[in-house]
Design a protein around this ligand. Structure first.
Ligand SMILES: O=CC(=O)O
Length: 318
């Protein structure tokens, strides 16, 4: 199929994402915006037969109801590396290929993990406020905690976990990890049990995929194993951490600090965290640089074009 003839291909975007991606999709395909309709069923009533592709994101992917309501669906692409908002078994059952945006975002997410570890340890955000609110004119800022050389434990040594490990090692941090199975030749210590990893880490960084097995993988026991001098960094998904337990541990001083890019019920963040100086909160911005967002958008388009030209997908989910 020539590129020009794709203009009639119906593509459904699930929610507002990056305007550049929306513009590019609208130029190439017959783009439908789900957010312009009162509900999925209202949309399906009018256009279900037209849709051959879904473009989802971390906010809304493709669940079983959506997939079932689109009889001519051929492919699901997500503007994310995470697949947790897509019903993968349902896609498999219907023979629908799925593509995501790995690799292009790895550096940004790993950079943010280190930035959060540094920001929590060195109180960058609090000390910035200290300057802005003229407190420096009254006293010096309090002493903080060194990051370089701290033991770093990484949960999930995939693409992003490995990039975090490389960065942490450059800061002189001994790195260990936990994952389902040991990876060959990493040079990092492997723990088959997350509790042992947490007990032996000063900073624990969550970087695994969200699945049924990893939901609340950081629970009260893991938080207590990390202990009152430990720092938790989460650049994975909010649901990896039992957030209520995290909040009480931070309030009770059973954990030294946390740097969080993700939350259980985004965009809602427990307000109890707002007054804590040992916590840094950012709004799920792991891959949100202009460079990476452009690369992710281009990859979504390239996957869609490959599919409709009967070529292999660039980044298929297997
Ligand atoms: O959270 C971001 C992603 O999955 O790409």
């Amino acid at each position: 199929m020539e590129v020009a003839s794709m203009e009639s291909v119906g593509v459904l975007m699930t929610n507002q994402m990056y305007p550049y991606l929306e513009d590019q999709l609208a130029k190439r395909f017959n783009l439908f915006r789900l957010w312009n309709y009162p509900s999925l069923s209202a949309f399906s009533k009018a256009h279900a037969n037209s849709i051959r592709a879904i473009v989802g994101s971390t906010k809304m992917g493709a669940d079983a109801t959506m997939i079932d309501s689109l009889p001519n669906l051929e492919i699901v692409c997500t503007y994310s590396v995470g697949l947790d908002k897509i019903d993968l078994p349902k896609c498999k059952q219907r023979g629908i290929p799925v593509a995501n945006t790995p690799d292009v975002l790895t550096d940004d997410v790993a950079d943010l993990a280190i930035a959060l570890a540094l920001s929590v340890s060195r109180r960058i955000c609090v000390s910035d406020s200290f300057v802005r609110n003229h407190s420096w004119q009254k006293s010096d800022f309090y002493l903080t905690s060194k990051f370089s050389g701290k033991t770093v434990g990484i949960v999930g040594l995939g693409r992003i976990g490995s990039a975090i490990a490389k960065r942490a090692a450059a800061f002189g941090c001994p790195v260990s990890y936990h994952s389902r199975s040991e990876k060959p030749d990493t040079g990092y210590k492997y723990y088959s049990n997350i509790l042992d990893l947490a007990s032996n880490s000063q900073i624990l960084i969550v970087a695994c995929a969200l699945t049924q097995e990893t939901h609340h993988i950081v629970n009260r026991q893991v938080i207590d194993a990390l202990g009152p001098k430990g720092i938790l960094i989460n650049i994975g998904r909010g649901q990896h951490v039992d957030e209520a337990e995290l909040v009480s541990a931070l309030k009770e001083g059973r954990l030294a600090g946390a740097g969080l890019d993700v939350f259980e019920n985004e965009p809602h963040v427990p307000e109890e965290l707002f007054s804590l100086e040992n916590v840094v909160l950012v709004p799920h911005i792991g891959s949100d640089t202009v460079e990476t967002s452009n690369a992710m958008a281009d990859l979504v388009i390239a996957n869609l074009e490959a599919h409709f030209q009967n070529k292999p997908l660039l980044t298929p989910v297997t």
